[in-house]
Write a protein that binds this ligand. Structure first.
Ligand code: GLN
Length: 297
């Protein structure tokens, strides 16, 4: 009977995926499986493995609500309240940017630099958002102590809750302050940042309409103002022999690299490409203390 068969996982997934496909969503089926798995409290794998099971009326109603919001391009991460980054789940909500896989390139390069050093390391994460960069660095290397700042107090609350979830609250100190007003105190060995770099008229995925404008476009002024603010901050906060690594938008690497070079803060400036082949991370290393063992293989 149609009315019965429509209630199986398989039928619910097929129908919902068709709805999203008609709306032009590129990963319709994946989105639907993640959302239905979330509603039913099962992993995507077990959902697909048992797609003959029935979806009860209450779950169907909850799922329908999520599907409507997904059709309006609300990011899946906001709908389920989490996003994987560097193999770990982070809490996310509309107060923070959804972590992107591109940013894992920044983390990888930071870890390369960290692992070539000895002793404790002070890291400053500027514009921490969900906290995914600083918390990951603290979890990947127990020598890391991170101060994480964000101009948004809402984002700081989210970052703190992630630090609690991952039990690194004692090495992850999140503060609501813009880089321009940050008082560093003790100097930092490493500064990392995925700052707001989207340019005013730049075309973006429809999902970004649901993300905080402060995290995408910021408040420092047109590109490359935020990078100048980061370099001014580095002049005050970075230790001699330290490094700074920042994510940049597609096509921005050359301008940011020349800003890094002109600052004279670093003895070497380079960039790293992300998985899509985009020059995504600009890296400045001050090897004037003879500590440069960090070239990428
Ligand atoms: N990578 C994001 C995007 O393309 C932007 C993130 C940022 O501004 N730091 O929309």
């Amino acid at each position: 009977m149609e009315s019965r068969s429509v209630r199986t996982v398989r039928r619910v997934v097929e129908r919902a995926a068709a709805v999203l496909r008609r709306r032009g969503l590129p990963e319709a089926r994946l989105d639907v499986e993640v959302l239905l798995g979330f509603v039913l409290g099962v992993s995507r794998a077990s959902l697909v493995a048992r797609d003959d099971l029935e979806v009860d009326a209450r779950s169907r109603a909850v799922f329908a609500g999520l599907l409507r919001r997904r059709a309006r391009r609300v990011p899946v991460a906001y709908l389920i309240g989490r996003r994987e980054f560097f193999g770990r789940a982070f809490r996310v909500d509309p107060r923070v940017l959804v972590p992107r896989p591109d940013t894992e390139t920044l983390v990888e390069r930071a870890l390369l630099w960290i692992r070539a050093r000895s002793g404790p390391l002070r890291v400053l994460d500027v514009g921490t958002g969900s906290g995914c960069i600083g918390i990951t660095l603290a979890l990947e290397d127990p020598r890391v102590t991170c101060v994480a700042i964000d101009a948004s107090a809402d984002a700081v609350a989210c970052a703190r809750s992630n630090a609690e979830v991952w039990d690194v609250g004692d090495r992850f100190d999140a503060r609501a302050v813009a880089v321009e007003s940050f008082e560093p105190g003790d100097p930092f060995d490493l500064i990392v940042s995925n700052p707001p770099y989207v340019e005013p008229d730049e075309p973006c995925d429809p999902e970004t309409a649901h993300e905080p404008d402060l995290a995408l476009r910021g408040a420092s002024g047109p590109f490359p103002a935020i990078y100048d603010a980061l370099l001014t901050g580095a002049r005050r906060a970075l230790r001699r022999g330290g490094a700074m690594m920042v994510e940049v938008g597609s096509g921005q690497a050359d301008v940011v690299m020349s800003r890094f070079e002109r600052s004279r803060l670093f003895s070497r400036v380079e960039c790293a490409v992300d998985l899509a082949g985009v020059r995504r991370v600009v890296i400045g290393v001050d090897a004037s203390d003879g500590h440069d063992r960090t070239r990428a293989p």
